[in-house]
Design a protein around this ligand. Structure first.
Ligand SMILES: Nc1nc2c(c(=O)[nH]1)N[C@H]1C(S)=C(S)[C@@H](COP(=O)(O)O)O[C@H]1N2
Ligand SMILES: [Mo]
Length: 327
């Protein structure tokens, strides 16, 4: 996860979302103008043929959203620029700026999620069906990486529980595993690391069914940029960021704890639970404070909150558990 010290962030932090978006809209307008002239003679169907079947990026596409009562922070949002240029997505490189540069080849259409394991019957869901399943909600969550930096991100999605209900898990399903897309030709950077791909994460069933756990399709009211886990990812706001698998293609229900990527790598550093907990230090650094990305240097440092500030909602999931042992 973290080999050295976290690199420091560029001053791109200060670009506000509005200015950033206006700039991009202007550019996009200019580009589509050219495309429109070039293919004016082609009908809509022909156009579809030209631009399908593999779509690599849809970032910037608006999503229709509704407000959510589960928005849980009034803190200043991290800029779109930082959220999309300071990433962990090891399939596309280990440095924070690499996913934004390298994830353009992720084929986000067609895209399906395969569901299997302890379910009534295995099923496959198409991304465009999932997008229409429920109203998409805007939910602002704190995002705390185990590397002791944090952001505030306006995600778009709906509760993971809504999706899990459709999967018809059997009573024997005690855990759920999430598997990320993996193709070493698309994600050649992954080969530099001694990680057994695909990226895998998991939750206990009651954690996965908690309304705060989000099946996530977008951020800032738009489709997820590839580097943030397009076209669909998990977000579990009370856990360290690595529990939230990106670009998922598989969901597997199990009767035992699934193997997970960072736990396999270094079990003493990355536990299965990995709830944000300022009282349990990482073996190599403290978890008591965090650095909020995008703020002026003197304002970055802040106290890390138990369960990342979601204790009122989630602490009861862990009643009776020793959170120092179950880190
Ligand atoms: N497939 C996959 N999912 C992943 C990761 C990864 O490397 N690969 N990194 C994790 C980590 S460590 C964090 S902090 C978050 C980062 O999400 P963000 O880049 O959208 O902020 O994604 C998580 N999900
Ligand atoms: Mo992370």
């Amino acid at each position: 996860m973290l080999i050295g010290k976290p690199p420091d962030i560029p001053s791109s932090a200060i670009t506000s979302k509005d200015r950033y978006l206006n700039r991009r809209r202007f550019l996009r307008g200019a580009v589509s103008g050219v495309v429109a002239t070039g293919v004016a003679a082609l009908g809509a169907e022909r156009l579809a043929e030209v631009f399908s079947p593999r779509i690599g990026a849809m970032a910037g596409t608006k999503l229709e959203t509704v407000k959510s009562p589960l928005t849980t922070t009034g803190e200043q949002l991290t800029s779109y620029d930082d959220i999309t240029h300071y990433n962990n997505f090891y399939e596309f490189g280990v440095n924070k700026d690499e996913p934004a540069k390298n994830a353009g080849g992720l084929p986000i259409r067609p895209w399906t999620i395969r569901v299997d394991g302890k379910v009534k019957a295995p099923k496959t869901f198409d991304i465009d069906t999932l997008l229409k399943l429920r109203p998409l909600e805007d939910r602002v969550y704190r995002h705390r990486c185990v590397e002791a930096w944090s952001m505030v991100i306006p995600w778009v999605g709906y509760s993971l529980s809504e999706f899990i209900k459709l999967c018809d898990p059997l009573p024997s399903a005690k855990y759920v595993q999430f598997l990320s897309y993996y193709d070493k030709h698309v994600e050649k950077w992954s080969l530099d690391q001694a990680i057994s791909w695909p990226y895998s994460e998991g939750l206990r069933m009651d954690e996965a069914m908690h309304p705060l756990a989000l099946l996530t399709f977008g951020l800032y009211g738009e489709v997820l940029p590839n580097q943030d886990g397009a076209p669909v990812r998990i977000v579990v706001p009370w856990k360290y960021g690595f529990k939230s698998a990106k670009s998922i293609v598989g969901v597997r229900f199990l009767d035992k704890v699934p193997p997970t990527t960072w736990n396999d790598q270094a079990p003493s550093e990355y536990g299965f639970y990995s709830n944000v907990n300022p009282n349990v230090d990482h073996p190599r650094w403290s978890q008591k404070t965090e650095r909020r990305i995008g703020l002026p240097f003197y304002a970055q440092r802040r106290t890390t909150l138990m369960f990342n500030g979601y204790a009122d909602q989630v602490a009861s999931l862990y009643t009776g558990m020793d959170l120092k042992r179950n880190y």
